[in-house]
Design a protein around this ligand. Structure first.
Ligand SMILES: NC(=O)c1ccc[n+]([C@@H]2O[C@H](COP(=O)([O-])OP(=O)(O)OC[C@H]3O[C@@H](n4cnc5c(N)ncnc54)[C@H](OP(=O)(O)O)[C@@H]3O)[C@@H](O)[C@H]2O)c1
Length: 331
């Protein structure tokens, strides 16, 4: 079990390193990789100092497993090479998610479909994970026919530099200085805007289509009706999602509560008296995805409304990947 963390210095990579220590992850050797820029950076993990190395093709020669968090074009290039060296990869990027031969895994939902011979295991998109972990248990007791979801996404979902841009704009606002807009090309602080991914042929953006296609793959239902609208809000960490689910049968709200209460990785926060529901500052740093505002819709008896918030750097990326590694090493 020689483990490599590829993209160790990024927003997701750093969380993976913290989890390795927190969850006492097993390995025989651990190596950290990033770009040339980060060579020599140091991390202390379980009291041992690890130095970051430059990612090169031959590093996979000595690795059994690698967790990748470097973006899809680099993933495409290096995962093929890693596999040639016999290294099994868990990938946080979108590069292989829709490949029919690659399992798309949220361990609480479908770890059982991982096969011993799989060479790549894909982590779903962060917004997809946060949605699916909450709706999968509902689907089991009352099948979901239609999903309408709107997201409120944090800066860190676009990586460390995006997070830095939001922080610097907050400082610039206080100092009455010009904003640095290199990442998002606009004033981000005090603003909300359509997700920064490209618009596709059908006028949905790429993030929205990831949620649509990946949810269909995870739920194994190509005919599922699902529509998403993805928006960035000026929050540093943790995404929110407003979700409207149309189910096959009339809603029994008590049963929905029961099933969400039992769901692994999900926590109900639905304090109507004090008006406290899931929000980024409450869920940041937490493993569970929080759900609240659980109510029957005014639209019809089969529609359920929810509000979800989850730390997309943890369950939406690093934690999900580490859980997959734990699963693989116990297979
Ligand atoms: N952020 C999230 O919430 C989130 C959630 C789910 C999935 N993901 C996916 O996870 C991946 C990483 O995202 P992130 O947010 O962690 O991005 P990030 O903060 O920008 O980090 C990118 C990482 O990739 C490394 N890298 C960049 N160019 C490289 C190269 N040429 N060779 C080797 N390493 C290179 C960077 O190293 P340097 O520090 O040396 O530049 C850094 O470690 C992306 O595919 C993203 O879509 C992110």
């Amino acid at each position: 079990m020689n483990l490599g963390i590829v993209g160790a210095t990024g927003a997701v990579g750093v969380e993976i390193i913290k989890l390795i220590q927190k969850r006492n992850i097993k390995y025989d050797s651990l190596s950290l990789f990033a770009s040339k820029r980060s060579v020599g950076k140091k991390f202390i993990i379980n009291s041992i100092e690890y130095v970051v190395h430059e990612l090169k093709e031959d590093v996979f020669n000595s690795l059994d497993y690698a967790i990748f968090s470097i973006g899809s074009s680099l993933s495409k290039k290096y995962i093929e090479i890693a596999n040639l060296y016999g290294c099994v990869v868990i990938d946080n990027s979108s590069a292989f998610r829709m490949d029919p031969d690659v399992p798309l895994i949220i361990p609480e939902i479908n770890a059982n479909i991982i096969k011993k011979c799989d060479k790549i295991i894909a982590n779903p998109n962060c917004s997809t994970i946060i949605l699916n972990i909450v709706i999968a248990p509902i689907h089991k007791i009352n099948p979901i026919k239609k999903i309408v979801v709107s997201t409120y996404q944090a800066a860190s979902g676009a990586g460390l530099r995006a997070m830095e841009e939001l922080k610097s704009q907050a400082e610039s606002y206080c100092n009455n200085e010009e904003y640095d807009t290199r990442i998002f090309g606009r004033q981000y602080i005090w603003n909300a805007f359509s997700h920064n991914s490209s618009i596709t042929e059908n006028w949905y953006n790429e993030e929205e289509m990831k949620m649509v296609n990946e949810t269909k793959k995870i739920m194994k239902d190509d005919n599922l009706k699902i529509s998403a609208t993805c928006v960035r809000i000026p929050v540093l960490r943790a995404h929110c999602e407003s979700v409207s689910l149309t189910l096959e049968n009339n809603i029994d709200i008590e049963k929905i509560y029961e099933v969400l209460k039992e769901a692994v990785g999900v926590k109900i926060l639905d304090d109507r008296k004090n008006n406290i529901f899931p929000e980024p500052l409450i869920v940041s740093g937490k493993n569970d995805v929080y759900v609240g505002r659980i109510r029957k819709s005014l639209i019809n008896k089969r529609t359920l409304e929810l509000f979800i918030s989850g730390d997309q750097l943890l369950k939406g990326a690093a934690l999900n990947a580490i859980q997959i590694y734990e699963y693989l090493t116990y297979l």
